[in-house]
Design a binder for this molecule. Sequence first.
Ligand code: ZN
Length: 275
Amino acid sequence: LSQADLPKQPKRVSLSTGEIPAAQRETSDPQPGKPRSQIQLALAVGLACLTFGVLGGMAALQARLGSNLTIVPPDSSSVTTSEGRPASPADPELSPESNPDTLLGHYPYAEAPLRELVPISRDGSVQLRQAAAEKYLAMAAAAEAEGIYLVPLSGFRSQADQEYLFFEIKAQRGQDASKRAEVSAPPGYSEHHTGYAIDIGDADVPAVNLSPDFENTRAFQWLKENAAFYNFELSFPKGNTQGVSYEPWHWRFVGNSDSLETFYKARSAQSSPNP
Ligand SMILES: [Zn+2]
């Protein structure tokens, strides 16, 4: 914070005296209290700067650690489980691990309002929330200009979609819940519910769709270098502390306040993996 950031008292005074009738000036501009209020203002501004500095540092740390660090707010009453009940530390469905809101390493997410979803694939089957959709399409166009063809594989998913992906596939493959959760979020805990997450493929190499080998495609290399310019980031990098498998194909939009808060603010803010 520099001196220049503080309000310039003389300018404010001349402005207000010019606009306020003479009869009212004395009451609206208390001279005796001014020096003290200036100090109070400076203190308040300084405190605000300090607070933002600390929060900013925490956010930066969080980003550096691959979004695995959670800032836990004192109030968790707004968080609900997959069944829509308020979550509490005593909830038997929630993981007993450090964060009581996680389930098998995944964080709870609410479903995006359907009216906010717009199609990003030709057949309309893949949808994202408006802001994310616009940036995804711009990103895909930029990639295409360089001869790289991104394919949207999966965007918004409802809890019902996720029920199938988690439980049916789990049963088909004979996986236990923990094993399934390494590659798929339980219903209510998928980033895809938010309408801000998308699984991306490379049109030239469909064989590696939703596979770790996607990282060897030109599409992934391009995304690694360019996605941040469109406010997309990798949700599950290698070695993420959520214990979720590396998912080079799964990206999330963090380009507005709502999406940023969705993924980073306290407990409702982490992630889940998806196939
Ligand atoms: Zn995904």
